[in-house]
Design a protein around this ligand. Structure first.
Ligand code: DSN
Length: 419
């Protein structure tokens, strides 16, 4: 049957068809990406896209909220239960907006925020210099030790005492180890700062108990909803009850108008999926897969930042291979292996041409790949690096990657296939 999209806009239909084929026919290793279920996708593309719902359940600025109030209330209940939080806000359009809203609730413009520097694995919205967050707030950055990969808590405490930030941000977008949220929370408390923990990358691991939760140690927790959590694209905030009103006001009307109700309904579906034994198995497998992928890459002579991983993410330091990160990422892409080039902590190169490649296992684990396939993936990556200027070899590796993908079709529902 011809779909309305195919009929009305065949060009866009065809592009979307090609993108679906691309996602199906390549080994997707970008650690912030995943595949959502058909249930999440269906909710994302629903009639709720037609509805304005400025405000919060029971207190809206538009009529016709009989259903939207229920939808948002269910999403909130599920978020609070899953993360064991006092309060949730599910309206942020993205993780960066969620972070900006948190700063808005916790600090006044010009006050100091302190987060992990972007080249050391932090995120733009943690106060990095090109981000609006560093223009609205006075931003101080801490770093991770480039040799050990550990946070030097004495140094971080010293920095916090010197700058007296209003908010200390924890969390990262390129850090492969467990983060000690408790110690960060103690430092924040000792200098009278709020502790904002951004768990965008690891929120799925947190709900499954395979990474410690920051909820007991942070005043506010922010996350995106589409990474390891495997929901629609968006942001979410969790907080202590004393901050609930300030957080809600900071999101709406502070930063946003109408919430994207279709996304909120899809988030509710994803939170239901995440509250299941299958999701816990999935998250455990994400970490097991990342560990085997890391080991296998090291056996092939790759140097990894921190010598491995405890989570879903691996940072390959290519300095010993003498291949720029961008060159390898592009060659891998031609071989149907999707990654992103990334700085390595202490990397002297610029972020646009760094010495690292960042990979992760959330998406390939959703496809049902396990330890055995991780060894194959490591071998494919290694062969691309060895044949970096040999297009014929890269094309052959691409065929093998496609074959592997064909054995692990993108699942429509998340009863994880047994292999
Ligand atoms: N862009 C996300 C990531 O890839 O880590 C963070 O915003």
């Amino acid at each position: 049957m011809i779909t309305p999209l195919e009929q009305y806009d065949p060009q866009m239909f065809e592009l979307l068809r090609q993108e679906a084929a691309r996602q199906s026919g390549c080994i997707r290793l970008i650690p912030s990406e995943n595949y959502v279920s058909k249930a999440v996708m269906a909710a994302t593309g629903s009639c709720l896209t037609n509805k304005y719902a400025e405000g919060y359940p029971g207190k809206r600025y538009y009529e016709g909220q009989q259903i939207t109030d229920l939808v948002e209330s269910i999403a909130l209940e599920r978020a609070i239960k899953l993360f064991k939080a006092d309060h949730a806000n599910v309206q942020s359009h993205s993780g960066a907006v969620a972070n900006l809203a948190a700063y808005g609730a916790l600090a006044s413009p010009g006050e100091t925020i302190m987060g992990l520097a972007l080249p050391y694995g932090g995120h733009l919205s943690h106060g990095w210099k090109v981000s609006a967050t560093s223009k609205f707030y006075n931003s101080v950055s801490y770093e991770v030790n480039p040799e050990t990969g550990k946070f030097d808590f004495d140094k971080i405490e010293e920095l916090a005492k010197k700058h007296r930030p209003k908010v200390i941000i924890t969390g990262a977008s390129a850090y492969p180890r467990i983060i000690d949220f408790k110690t960060f929370g103690e430092i924040a408390k000792s200098v009278g700062a709020y502790h904002l923990s951004d768990i965008a990358h690891i929120s799925g691991l947190v709900v499954a108990g395979v990474h410690p939760s920051p909820v007991p140690y942070a005043d506010v927790v922010s996350t995106t909803t589409h990474k390891t959590l495997r929901g629609p694209r968006g942001g979410m905030l969790l907080c202590k009850k004393e901050l609930a009103e300030a957080i809600d006001k900071a999101v709406f009307p502070g930063l946003q108008g109408g919430p994207h109700m279709h996304t909120i309904s899809a988030l509710a579906v994803a939170l239901k999926e995440a509250d299941s034994p299958e999701f816990i198995s999935y998250a455990k497998q994400v970490v097991k897969n990342a560990k085997v992928l890391a080991e296998s890459l090291m056996e092939k002579g790759f140097k990894l930042f921190t010598g491995g991983t405890d989570n879903h993410l691996i940072l390959i330091d290519l300095r010993n291979k003498n291949i720029p990160g961008k060159k390898l990422a592009k060659a891998l892409d031609r071989a149907r292996i999707e990654t992103n080039y990334n700085t390595i902590p202490g990397d002297p190169a610029k972020p646009f041409n760094p010495n690292g490649v960042r990979i992760g296992t959330p998406a390939i684990t959703t496809r049902g790949m396990k330890e055995e396939q991780m060894k194959i993936v490591a071998s494919l990556i290694s062969r691309v690096a060895e044949n970096i200027d040999n297009e014929e070899a890269i094309s052959q590796i691409g065929k093998e990657a496609l074959l592997l993908c064909s054995e692990f079709p993108v699942p429509e529902h998340f009863i994880i296939p047994k292999k």
